[in-house]
Each structure stands twice: as structure tokens, then as C-alpha cells.
Write a protein that binds this ligand. Structure first.
Ligand SMILES: Nc1nc2c(ncn2[C@@H]2O[C@H](COP(=O)(O)OP(=O)(O)OP(=O)(O)O)[C@@H](O)[C@H]2O)c(=O)[nH]1
Ligand SMILES: [Mg+2]
Length: 254
């Protein structure tokens, strides 16, 4: 009687080198998914999203300040902003507490005013810039504030007054004292910054974010349907792979 031929499972029947390659590919795919998922989680978790607006005369340095904050670089030559530009960055205001900032960079030129006006209403905070070497830009601060206040109704914006280009001390036309006095009269903080030398750039955005966060925490600013100023955080619930991150649901951490 002839002996039955041994039965191999299909995977056992595969040549050894092919099986090894398949295992390596599987492992690589798993590792890649893990890193993508981890990256997305790192990027995705924030407590709140705040919308900020940056205003002030043309050439005071709004775009350069925002670029220094979001991209970490300074461009000596900067084209005037046309209408509105959009930037975004996460900031950690306390260990483990991250806020996503949506920053609207507006054109200072008068001819774009009808466009930029539309962005006040959905902003919870803003930087009001003047150039410390340009007295006229300081005198126009009042006009900018009036413009913002009249278009933000029924909400209000938490502003920070910023004296920009503080690296140009020799050309200064506005003293720190008078700028602090004006800020005090408006109930704002005052900070001097330089995008060129990266002075106080992080500080300006972080302080403003902290001030808004304190108002949200105390209930003075609330999340409202149909208003983009403050949105609640995004936290993935269960994460096993990059695909599941995109499907995860949103919940408020307030
Ligand atoms: N020395 C110095 N120059 C700066 C600084 N920030 C901006 N500038 C210069 O100021 C000029 C205008 O900068 P922008 O950022 O384009 O000005 P802006 O306020 O966005 O102007 P608009 O878009 O027209 O409203 C550019 O030549 C910049 O190089 C700074 O911190 N120090
Ligand atoms: Mg600009």
C-alpha cells in the first residue's frame, strides 16, 4: 500500500524567502501605520481652537510677525497682503494643554478694508500692531480699534497692543511709556516685538492665548453655535490605525 503524500498548508508551501519578505512587509506596514497614527494624534489633540486676527497699518510688519511665529523665519522682502491670508499653529499654554490658533493676517491697505471687515466678527482675539519707528501707525491705533469694535458686534475681541520692529531702537518714534499708557486706557496689555530678531514673538501670541483661555475657563467667553471665534477641542477616542484616527469622534473638553 502506497504512503499518502504529506499535506502542506498553503503558507507552508510558500518558499522560505517569499514568506520572510511577506513578514517584513507586514511589519513595515504596521510600523508605518503606527507612526502616521501617532503623528496625527500629536497634531490633532487640542483643547480649543481660537481664531485670531492681526490688524494695523500697511508695512507695520503683520505678515512678518505671523510668519516668524508660524514658520520660524523672517523675510526682509515681504509683499503687501492682498485681502486676507490664513495661518495656523498649536501652542502649549500649560504642560499638556494645547490650543490651536487660526490666525487671519489682514491687509493694512485701505482698498482692502471691505474684505478685512468681514473677519472681525468670527475672531475671539487679535494683535493690533503699530511700528515703533512710524508715529503715524501709532496714531492710527485708535481708528483700527474703532473699526474692529464696530464690526465685531455682538461679540467682542480680546486685543493685545503690539509695538513692532523693536530691533530698530535708533529709529524709534514712539516711546514705550506712551504706548503702555494708551494700552492701559484701552484695557489691553502692551508688548514690543521684532520678527527680524525673534524678540517676544512667542510671548505675544502665547500671552494673548492665555488671556483668552482664562476668559473661556471663567465663562466670560462661551462657545456659540454659528460663531467661529472659539471651538471646542478635538480628541481621538480610540486609535488603532491612521484610518481610524480620521473616523474618530469629537468631544468637548470644557
Ligand atoms: N527691522 C524690521 N523690519 C521688519 C520687521 N517686521 C517686518 N519688517 C519689515 O517691514 C516691511 C513690511 O512688512 P510686512 O510684514 O509685509 O507688513 P504688513 O503689515 O503685513 O503690510 P500689509 O500686508 O501691506 O498690511 C518689510 O520690509 C519687512 O521686512 C521687524 O521686526 N524688524
Ligand atoms: Mg501683510
Amino acid at each position: 500500500m502506497s504512503q499518502a503524500a504529506p499535506v502542506h498548508s498553503s503558507s507552508n508551501a510558500l518558499p522560505h524567502t517569499y514568506r520572510a519578505k511577506e513578514q517584513t512587509d507586514r511589519r513595515n506596514r504596521r510600523t508605518r501605520r503606527f507612526f502616521i497614527a501617532t503623528f496625527i494624534i500629536m497634531e490633532a489633540i487640542w483643547l480649543y481652537q481660537f481664531r485670531l486676527i492681526v490688524i494695523g497699518d500697511s508695512t507695520v510688519g503683520k505678515s512678518c510677525l505671523i510668519r516668524r511665529f508660524t514658520e520660524g523665519r523672517f523675510a526682509q522682502v515681504s509683499d503687501p497682503t492682498v485681502g486676507v491670508d490664513f495661518f495656523s499653529r498649536l501652542v502649549e499654554i500649560e504642560p499638556g494643554k494645547r490650543i490651536k490658533l487660526q490666525i487671519w493676517d489682514t491687509a493694512g491697505q485701505e482698498r482692502f478694508r471691505s474684505i478685512t471687515r468681514a473677519y472681525y466678527r468670527n475672531s475671539v482675539g487679535g494683535l493690533l500692531l503699530f511700528d515703533i519707528t512710524n508715529r503715524r501707525s501709532f496714531q492710527n491705533v485708535h481708528e483700527w480699534l474703532e473699526e474692529a469694535r464696530s464690526h465685531v458686534q455682538p461679540h467682542s475681541i480680546v486685543f493685545l497692543l503690539v509695538g513692532h520692529k523693536c530691533d530698530l531702537e535708533a529709529k524709534r518714534q514712539v516711546t514705550r511709556q506712551e504706548a503702555e499708557k494708551l494700552a492701559g486706557a484701552y484695557g489691553m496689555r502692551y508688548i514690543e516685538t521684532s520678527a527680524r530678531d525673534a524678540i517676544n514673538v512667542e510671548h505675544a501670541f502665547t500671552e494673548l492665548t492665555r488671556d483668552i483661555f482664562a476668559l473661556v475657563r471663567s465663562g466670560d467667553i462661551t462657545i456659540q453655535e454659528g460663531w467661529e471665534g472659539v471651538k471646542s477641542g478635538f480628541v481621538p477616542n480610540v486609535v488603532h490605525s491612521s484610518e481610524e484616527v480620521t473616523k474618530s469622534d469629537r468631544r468637548c473638553l470644557c
